[in-house]
Design a protein around this ligand. Sequence first.
Ligand SMILES: Cc1cc2nc3c(=O)[nH]c(=O)nc-3n(C[C@H](O)[C@H](O)[C@H](O)COP(=O)(O)OP(=O)(O)OC[C@H]3O[C@@H](n4cnc5c(N)ncnc54)[C@H](O)[C@@H]3O)c2cc1C
Ligand SMILES: *[C@@H]1O[C@H](CO)[C@@H](O)[C@H](O)[C@H]1NC(C)=O
Ligand SMILES: *[C@@H]1O[C@H](CO)[C@@H](O)[C@H](O)[C@H]1NC(C)=O
Ligand SMILES: *[C@@H]1O[C@H](CO)[C@@H](O)[C@H](O)[C@H]1NC(C)=O
Length: 362
Amino acid sequence: MDKHIVVVGAGVAGLTTAMLLSQNPRYKITVAAKHMPGDYDIEYASPWAGANYFPVSVKGTPAAEWEGNTWPSLENLARNYPEAGVHFQGCEVYNRSKDVGSVTANWFSELLSPTPWWKSLLPDFKTIPKTELSDGMDSGKSFTSVCINTAIYLPWLVSQGLKNGVVFKRAILKQITDAAAPGMHHSGKPADLIINCTGLGSLKLGGVEDRKLYPARGQIVVVRNDAGKMYGVSGTDDGDDEAMYIMTRAAGGGTVLGGSYQKDNWESQFDPSLAIRIMKRCVDICPQLTNGRGIEHLDIIRHSVGLRPVREGGARIEKEKVNGTWVVHSYGYGGAGYQSSYGAAQAAIKLVDEALQERARL
Ligand SMILES: Cc1cc2nc3c(=O)[nH]c(=O)nc-3n(C[C@H](O)[C@H](O)[C@H](O)COP(=O)(O)OP(=O)(O)OC[C@H]3O[C@@H](n4cnc5c(N)ncnc54)[C@H](O)[C@@H]3O)c2cc1C
Ligand SMILES: *[C@@H]1O[C@H](CO)[C@@H](O)[C@H](O)[C@H]1NC(C)=O
Ligand SMILES: *[C@@H]1O[C@H](CO)[C@@H](O)[C@H](O)[C@H]1NC(C)=O
Ligand SMILES: *[C@@H]1O[C@H](CO)[C@@H](O)[C@H](O)[C@H]1NC(C)=O
């Protein structure tokens, strides 16, 4: 029998889950969201992401499993589906001893480790010899990963859902049961199951906050200059919560210069001084950006700010019965929403299948 599912949220979490769920012809899916691909809003994290695959989850945690399970899908897209806007890129990641204990070094710890769990997962993993390290770097590694052009990739996810009959609609939900109300699902029937992919949205809703959620503000500069490679460094000399990374998006998406990781900071406007520090750090580590001519020769497309939806203790993938309707929660992916998207969606879908089978047996 057909099952009516409402997915709340059209970020990378909701869209990936809807796309994979729609491969089961019994599942009739509506995606209901306040923001859709094409929107740029501080309440919508996904468009602002770089985004790349730089695994950061600690070995042995569910999050590491989701990240590990995501690589094969992203690799397949980069290799075989150019229309998705995902491409391979060489990467260099550096560790400085003076960053030990800083916010960004802690966030990046698995990325900086000499023996990360993903060492044999990503192609071309090499330790950079000490003699080849630039001043100030204590160790380094290189590997190949992917960079996602979110402006192409999010609409591509929508198109994959549309092909399988997923219906997308705008809606602002006040509470979870709104999603089960008749009329929210495109069939007109009440939903059999709701998937909550609302990111930071649930914190902003009055009355029903998951208090474990908080924003980690990321500011970036998008430029037309080409870096040729992706870079990441354990920290900066400009403050504990500032970060250093570079990636060039596929298909003319420009180069993203990052960044920051500012906990509990909700500011949606860009900080011009921070932007200058970001550009200086990036040009220092990658002079190729302006052929050694300094930040004055960066060709800026835009300044951007996004809020990573972080959840203390990690993202939540759980099922729960709310007022008689099954709800599968899938939110709180912090700075790793893309690189864990397929693994997380697979884990959520397992709960969907379980809940609907259980329902069928009753
Ligand atoms: C600067 C920056 C750089 C990043 N770089 C990377 C990277 O390189 N790699 C990576 O993997 N990740 C990266 N991230 C993290 C990534 O962007 C997030 O983890 C991811 O976008 C979260 O997706 P989501 O679908 O959970 O939430 P969101 O994209 O925020 O989507 C939430 C959805 O829920 C909807 N919604 C919320 N509340 C309601 C409501 N009440 N009613 C209806 N709809 C509602 C919203 O409208 C929206 O559609 C970065 C983030 C930032 C800010
Ligand atoms: C980074 O380098 C410092 C100094 O060599 C070291 O103490 C630290 O453990 C390294 N970080 C990781 C995550 O391995
Ligand atoms: C999603 O789940 C969170 C945490 O349980 C809850 O606070 C929020 O209301 C839910 N969002 C929606 C739109 O139902
Ligand atoms: C559950 O139903 C009760 C009674 O109809 C209602 O008052 C309450 O708000 C509902 N709870 C949620 C989370 O929707």
